[in-house]
Design a protein around this ligand. Structure first.
Ligand code: PLP
Length: 403
């Protein structure tokens, strides 16, 4: 299966039978290696989107492939009726890495947010403060697609046609005074992304996250860090919030955690460990041995290959390269921003990001659009210097021709 005819046939099948809620181009990916993907027609692409900031170890990493294959020969699934070794080891490892005390596993980022919101609500219900129902979240945020996670999302385009949704106060990201104004005795939690990913790769301004920690403590509310996009080393520290020296009460993880195998996690402090007693919340697949073995392999490889440092150093190189390109093409690229290997080139208002994305794809570079005008570069954490150099060269060449 490796020719253009096969590709056309598969595209036709996809367009005929898949639910049409996505906008795929006529490209069918067959395999990958590290930060490179090949389509079924044999064309090579640099993968600087990594399945929306997921494939932390790149594609076909031997440690991840081995862990999945070996676990599949033992036991793939059990449900949570019994403990399984990869899962309990993963829980211990992830608590150690994040400074949290308890881990609940699920299958996606949205589910990790939903679990966090339910945890917070039930915590206050069970401790005699049932009036604490309101969540404070941020304009331009993205937290997921279930009705609870959607309610917290601060972008109307995702909510259209799905209302009415639970009450969430949305305030401008980075504006401490706006947060202070909405804090009251009915606030259960502040939910924040250390870098707004889908909103356009916007890092929190210096001091903002520390101020949120201060305000939640002062008002008896909880701080939930949505680390679904920023966690697992993407910004150069294990959690994005570590850059600010802040310890949240609840952390939501997913994306990079399984290196592409679906797994999410809600982590919390011991003080919240009684809020969801047996029967109150759960997941059939959450924390299954296969996904847990994959996540353990990801965490081990992060250490073994020093990938946090790698994300910091390669991220700085990518950021510098993008800034240089922006300086040479000010009419096309308005600015650059990001942290670690989550970077964006913000396109000028007159540039159509979808048209540019298509040209980049033709030239062999896969990236994504975040927010209205940001081109997001989120390669695997194993990306090499040579690959960053090549991606920047492709980007600049396409910009020159685009102009
Ligand atoms: C910050 C953040 N929260 C939540 C989600 C939802 O995660 P999932 O798509 O795995 O449900 C995403 C996905 O992009 C995200 O970036």
């Amino acid at each position: 299966m490796s020719n253009a005819g096969t590709q056309a046939e598969l595209v036709e099948l996809g367009r005929r039978f898949l639910y049409p809620n996505y906008r795929q181009p006529s490209l069918v990916v067959e395999r990958g290696q590290g930060s490179v993907l090949w389509d079924v027609a044999g064309k090579r692409y640099l993968d600087f989107f990594a399945g929306i900031a997921v494939s932390a170890l790149g594609h076909a990493h031997p440690a991840l492939a081995r862990a999945i294959a070996e676990q599949a020969t033992r036991v793939v699934h059990l449900s949570n009726y019994y403990f399984n070794e990869p899962n309990v080891r993963l829980a211990a490892r992830i608590c150690e890495k994040t400074g949290m005390d308890r881990a609940f596993f699920c299958n996606s980022g949205t589910e990790a947010i939903e679990a966090s919101l339910k945890l917070v609500r039930r915590h206050f219900w069970s401790t005699g403060q049932p009036e604490r129902l309101r969540v404070v979240a941020f304009e331009n945020s993205f937290h997921g697609r279930t009705l609870g996670a959607l309610a917290a999302t601060g972008q109307n385009k995702y909510k259209e046609g799905f209302g009415p949704l639970p009450n969430v106060s949305h305030v401008p990201y980075g504006n401490v005074n706006a947060v202070r104004d909405v804090m009251a005795s009915d606030v259960a939690a502040i939910l924040v992304e250390p870098v707004q990913g889908e909103g356009g790769v916007l890092p929190a301004p210096p001091g903002f996250l520390a101020e949120l920690r201060h305000l939640t403590t002062q008002h008896g509310a909880l701080l939930i860090a949505d680390e679904i996009q920023t966690g697992v080393g993407r910004t150069g520290t294990f959690l994005g919030i570590e850059h600010d020296g802040v310890k949240p009460d609840v952390v939501a993880l997913a994306k990079g955690l399984g290196g592409g195998v679906p797994i999410g996690a809600m982590l919390c402090r011991e003080a919240l460990s009684q809020a969801l007693p047996p029967g109150s919340h759960g997941s059939t697949f959450g924390g299954n041995p296969l996904a847990s073995a994959a996540a353990l392999a990801v965490l081990e490889t992060l250490d073994k290959e020093d990938l946090l440092k790698h994300a910091e150093v390669r991220g700085a190189r990518l950021a510098q390269g993008l800034a240089e390109i922006a300086a040479r093409h000010p009419r096309l690229v308005a600015s650059c921003r990001g942290r670690g290997l989550l970077q964006a080139a913000v396109l000028a208002d007159n540039v159509d990001p979808r048209a540019l994305l298509a040209k980049l794809q033709d030239a062999g570079l896969l990236v994504t659009i975040a927010g209205a005008q940001a081109l997001r570069f989120s390669p695997p954490l194993v990306v090499t210097d040579a690959e960053i150099h090549e991606a920047l060269q492709i980007f600049e060449r396409v910009l020159e021709n685009f102009a």
